[in-house]
Design a binder for this molecule. Structure first.
Ligand SMILES: Nc1ncnc2c1ncn2[C@@H]1O[C@H](COP(=O)(O)OP(=O)(O)OP(=O)(O)O)[C@@H](O)[C@H]1O
Ligand SMILES: Nc1nc2c(ncn2[C@@H]2O[C@H](COP(=O)(O)O)[C@@H](O)[C@H]2O)c(=O)[nH]1
Length: 211
């Protein structure tokens, strides 16, 4: 990125069937990209062991969630696995206006809503597992969900994976290091897009004037 050229922030979305690895990839990319901010969603689902308020999610009850829906305080929201999830509008808009990029871990429904609202600011990546057996192995060895819940998530995986053609990029998450490097490469390239550098015309004008 050229110094002193203002640019628009982008919304970088990661979606995948549950267990394919988007949380693992997000955490690593965020640790290596200080200019990238995570969008922390609100959810009506109960907090799992190890999850922290305001880090993993904001945990709210259904009444609060519905109030925010009515006040149009979500950029997008959806029902996933019997619970509601939504992206609070205000923090994302503040980061984008400040020229910072925002990373989203949301499902295909939320991605469709963002694409309708702000296609030019959106870069979407679909993460696929290397195989169905490996997806199940990851869900089981994560040891976070009951066997019934693992079966339910596997039951939803085929339908979720059918949405891959709606995304700009697709990464098969075989090796975590490689997937992190690929997401970072997409970030670098997308930041250089002409339309994301609105200060470019002025910069080139000054260059042409010999400054
Ligand atoms: N490339 C990889 N190779 C092996 N294991 C991996 C890889 N990527 C992630 N995992 C492991 O797979 C499990 C699921 O990963 P993760 O929780 O990141 O998935 P997810 O897509 O965010 O799932 P969910 O949508 O349910 O939150 C974790 O135990 C993680 O450590
Ligand atoms: N449309 C949205 N989907 C979201 C949001 N936050 C998370 N998610 C997706 O929900 C499922 C389940 O997540 P889990 O943490 O309960 O396993 C997963 O696919 C997430 O990507 C959101 O704000 N909007």
């Amino acid at each position: 990125m050229e110094p002193n050229i203002p640019r628009r922030g982008m919304m970088l979305v990661l979606s995948s069937p549950s267990g394919a690895g988007k949380t693992s990839i997000s955490r690593r990319v965020l640790a290596e990209e200080p200019e990238l901010k995570m969008s922390v969603s609100m959810t009506t689902r109960t907090r799992r062991a190890g999850e922290a308020e305001g880090i993993d999610y904001y945990f709210v009850d259904l009444t609060t969630f519905n109030l925010m829906v009515n006040r149009r305080e979500f950029l997008e929201y959806a029902k996933v696995f019997d619970n509601y999830y939504g992206t609070p509008r205000s923090t994302v808009e503040k980061e984008l206006a400040g020229g910072r990029d925002v990373l989203f871990d949301i499902d295909w429904q939320g991605t469709q809503t963002l694409a309708q609202a702000a296609r030019d600011d959106l870069v979407s990546i679909f993460i696929l597992p290397p195989s169905t057996a490996e997806l199940e192995r990851r869900l089981r060895t994560r040891a976070r969900d009951s066997l019934d819940e693992v079966a339910r998530r596997m039951g939803r995986a085929a339908d979720e994976m059918s949405h891959w053609p709606e995304y700009d990029y697709v990464i098969v998450n075989r090796d975590l290091e490689e997937s992190v490097a690929r997401v970072r490469a997409i970030l670098v390239a997308e930041r250089l897009r002409r339309q994301r550098q609105p200060g470019l015309a002025e910069f080139v004008k000054r260059l042409r004037e010999g400054q």
